[in-house]
Design a protein around this ligand. Sequence first.
Ligand SMILES: [Zn+2]
Ligand SMILES: [Zn+2]
Length: 296
Amino acid sequence: MELFTSNLPFWKGNLHMHTTASDGRLTPDEAIALYQAQGYHFVAITDHDTITLATHLRAGMLILSGIELAYELPAEELHLVGIGIPLGLEPKLEPRFGPQYAIDAIRAAGGRAIIAHPAWSLLTLATLSGLRDVTAAEIYNTMSTAPRNCLRADASSLLDTAAAHGHGLPLVAVDDAHFYDGEHCRSYIMVQSESLTQESLLCALDQQRFYASQGPRIYRLGVTRERIIIDCSPAASIIFYSNLSWVTGRCRMGDALTHSEYDLTAQQGETFVRCQIIDAQGRSAWTNPITLSAIQ
Ligand SMILES: [Zn+2]
Ligand SMILES: [Zn+2]
């Protein structure tokens, strides 16, 4: 089974960013122009508690509508990002209704919900596994690190714990840009879909035809009963993660690595595997977790 096909384009996009409609420093037009100039094909404008723009195409770039919602839980600050939703949905997304109500309302309106910065939020396994119909979680959130935050950008440990407990989620990387002075145009997703439309992109998200990145490219992700095969741009490390704590043959380190394979027959009890590629500059790409019971 090939998780990416050779004949469909990849589109580069950022699904989490703020503008002057909430606490961002740039107007929507300025922020969109900045991302377009850096080669992005789509962005979602996700201001706090307000849907600023309807989904539309602007000068060849797809702008997805969006919102970010916040929930104060005991010792956790859960944030949800909604994308692809109609203007005026805010009354159905009031925090007092709770996060599951918002996820259901976002989906009923044709959108998708993403769990924002789980590590920064100090989310627990119970909170993560208690939410249904979530499309993805942010494995990396550029805003959630220095110089403005402590180092909680990377949520991989918690998301692996959730996956090991049967609550694996697809993984996106986002900027969560507010200041546009260094945290923008850094972490993104590459989505493989037929066309640059909301319908096509959301369908590809549902089918997990995407990967998260800060630079490295994934050209092939093949899965058989025996192995996972990955082809990528030149990397310094290619590392496989699973629910098992100790497995040999997880890591390949070297100079300009462009291929690695992971043997699925070497150990019993693996339920999921995902791969991280790190280039010579320290930038990562992350595949979604592959559920091994789903492999034919
Ligand atoms: Zn947030
Ligand atoms: Zn945000």
